[in-house]
Design a protein around this ligand. Structure first.
Ligand code: NCD
Length: 337
């Protein structure tokens, strides 16, 4: 695919070389994300950031990424605050909003909704999560993080050994990540979930067809040994018919420092798309892991800005102009990165 003017709707639209290209552009965004330089390359451009489901990091990091390239962000959050609540169609909303914006990011509770919106949009649309279907930019930032973490242990994505834990039925991040990993070679995936919340069969089939080893289990401890990555997820309670139904699965798989020390290899990297559910009944990733140097969850969130900057630079075709329209930062910006 060419990036210029393209929608980013599903991870399946990319080939491996394109993924590597996104990552090399993301690397070039580091001085800007780390506040060593500021760029004005998108000066005058407007992002329509439309989130019709709860979001903290996806919404804010997309907004920051656009701001860090010099653009402005206009936000619409919550269906009840938009004319969709008055019965307006996605088609009409897309025709209208794409007249006001140069790019649009959209999150919506229905699978396929972002693609439907994009079909009517006059500007590039990026999928910020459509129901239980996909979350392609999360998969990109997850893989970007995995690559960086593995590099520091002299390993590559080819040959990766990863466990995905939790709600694999409704978790869109793991759906997209599995599809993305199928582009690589010789992966071992251990899919740990309650039987009722297993990874969709077609995702597993695609992985097996691509030659990867897939183990499906409902047991945690015995399956998190000899891995590079454990990727924990939250029970997606908003997809269940009632909170009581979600209660049946909450807290079923908990990773804490004691379990990690007992079962995981010393350098196993711990990931989670966040938010982790830190309520006592859930607590899938315990706070006692916070000082564990292999906990990569906040490196994931930082990397999300780099990857999202790269995507904007690519679809708006300014990659080679980012440095030209840049200057030193004037404020104290040290300490964070
Ligand atoms: C995820 C999502 O919204 O799919 N969050 C995120 O974007 N990082 C995961 C979740 O909500 O559990």
């Amino acid at each position: 695919m060419g990036f210029r003017g393209s929608h980013i709707l599903s991870i399946t639209q990319f080939e491996r070389a394109e993924i590597e290209h996104i990552f090399s552009v993301a690397d070039r965004m580091e001085p800007y994300a780390h506040r060593q330089r500021a760029s004005k390359v998108l000066d005058g451009a407007i992002l329509g950031n439309m989130f019709f489901e709860p979001s903290t990091r996806t919404r804010v990091s997309f907004g920051c990424a656009f701001n860090l390239l010099g653009g402005e962000v206009r936000e619409t959050t919550g269906i009840k605050n938009s004319a969709i609540a008055k019965g307006e169609s996605l088609y009409d909303t897309a025709r209208v909003l794409s007249g006001y914006s140069d790019a649009i990011v959209m999150r919506h509770p229905e699978s396929g909704s972002v693609a439907e919106f994009a079909a009517a949009s006059r500007v590039p649309v990026i999928n910020g999560g459509d129901g239980a279907n996909e979350h392609p930019t999360q998969a990109l930032l997850d893989l970007y993080t995995i690559k960086k973490e593995l590099l520091s242990h002299d390993r590559t994505v080819d040959g990766l050994r990863i466990a995905m834990i939790g709600d694999l039925k409704y978790g869109r991040t793991v759906h997209s990540l599995c599809k993305l990993l199928s582009l690589y070679d010789n992966i071992k995936l251990v899919l740990i979930s309650p039987k009722e919340l297993q990874m969709p069969a077609e995702v597993v089939e695609n992985l097996r067809e691509a030659g990867h080893e897939v183990v499906v289990s409902d047991q945690l401890e015995e399956n998190i040994q000899h891995l590079d990555i454990v990727y924990s997820t939250r029970i997606q309670e908003e997809r269940f018919s009632s909170p009581e139904e979600a209660d049946l699965y909450r807290g079923r798989f908990r990773l804490n420092q004691t379990i990690y020390t007992k079962y995981c290899e010393p350098n196993t990297v711990i990931m989670h798309p966040l938010p982790r559910d830190s309520r006592v009944a859930a607590n899938e990733l315990d706070n006692d892991l916070n000082e564990n140097p292999n906990l990569a969850i906040f490196r994931q969130t930082d990397n999300g800005v780099l990857v999202r900057m790269a995507l904007f630079a690519l679809v708006l075709d300014v990659v080679d102009l980012v440095d030209k329209y840049s200057h030193d930062v004037r404020w104290y910006a040290g300490g964070r990165f």
